[in-house]
Design a protein around this ligand. Structure first.
Ligand code: SF4
Length: 316
């Protein structure tokens, strides 16, 4: 089911550290009750969830956090939203905070774990290790909240193998939903300095799409809901695999991989997919069809009543 959020960005006032890839100095300001009011009115969708994003919600000043939660709860009680969710750091989770949060209708707590490799976490100045992520997940579950996990690919000092390892560790934590973000270099970050010195080489767009497709497929196989792949927008972009249609490209790659795994002899084929997966199967500017053609497979895509990502291939 499509997930609708009323997104409210809370500036990163709670971060003690500064991650290599984050430009938190550029993000200042305070969210007020009227900002929430405006966002809720714009959404006009009682089934949407009020989502506080920004990376460190439970580490902002307690009074401020509670004011935001009280305001969101009021909107819910008036039937203007269905639940509250937020993202935070793994080291922003403890018994005291979770006990406070139990007073609010919170559906999901999302943790930015980014990597489950301690060397990568250290190199990127995350300020927590993989064990901290596991402890935070266990506590979130213990208190009965839904769990979301966010991971990044292509971080400084990471490798595709380490990113695949992160995905498998995330699967073991059984989250309700995940987000996958490729690392991009933005201005005024430590990563930008590393990039300029030639010490950090970002993934190419193709590499990032391939890897995200492999990771997405791992989550699909385990029935874990992938709610976002790729960044919406990037300000102060310098380098890296940003593309506004990144998620669509990843889903197209998954469809191509699934077809290729079913093809044997060269020739003509009919491919059946769900109606809203036709464009993903065909690919942007018919990329998938051309790749298949160049490999000797002449494919025509048809719609059929099938589940998402399901691919049926018939030799004609
Ligand atoms: S935890 Fe998130 S918000 Fe804080 S510095 Fe790191 S990336 Fe930025």
């Amino acid at each position: 089911m499509k997930h609708a959020n009323i997104s409210i960005f809370v500036p990163h006032r709670g971060c003690k550290m500064r991650c290599t890839f984050c430009n938190q100095n550029a993000i200042t300001g305070v969210v007020s009750k009227s900002d929430i009011e405006k966002s809720v009115s714009r959404s006009n969708d009682p089934n949407a969830e009020i989502a506080f994003f920004g990376g460190s919600f439970t580490l902002i000043e307690k009074d401020y956090m509670l004011r935001l939660l009280d305001c969101a709860k009021e909107h819910m009680q008036k039937g203007r939203a269905s639940a509250i969710r937020f993202s935070t750091r793994p080291d922003g989770i403890n018994d005291e905070i979770l006990t406070l949060l139990k007073n609010y209708p919170i559906s999901v707590i999302e943790l930015g774990c980014q990597s489950m490799d301690d060397e990568v976490l250290l190199a990127n100045r995350r300020g927590h290790n993989a064990e901290c992520v596991k402890d935070a997940c266990a506590k979130i579950r213990e208190y009965g909240f839904g769990l979301g996990l966010q991971m990044m690919t292509g971080l400084y000092k990471s490798t595709p193998q380490k990113d695949i390892f992160t995905a498998s560790e995330i699967i073991a934590l059984k989250p309700d939903c995940v987000r996958i973000y490729p690392t991009v270099v933005i201005k005024n970050t430590e990563l930008a300095a590393l990039y300029e010195k030639g010490e950090y080489i970002p993934q190419t767009l193709d590499e990032a799409v391939d890897l995200a497709a492999r990771i997405y497929e791992m989550f699909l196989q385990k029935g874990i809901n992938v709610i976002r792949v790729g960044l919406h927008t990037v300000e102060d972009f310098i380098a890296g695999p940003f593309h506004p249609a990144f998620g669509e490209m990843v889903q197209s790659k998954i469809m191509l991989n699934r077809v290729l795994s079913q093809l044997t002899n060269k020739g003509d084929y009919e491919i059946y997919v769900a109606e809203n997966f036709i464009s993903k199967m065909v690919g942007q500017r018919r990329l998938n069809i051309e790749i298949l053609q160049n490999l000797g497979y002449n494919c025509t895509v048809y719609k059929k009543d099938l589940p998402p990502f399901c691919v049926q291939v018939i030799r004609v």
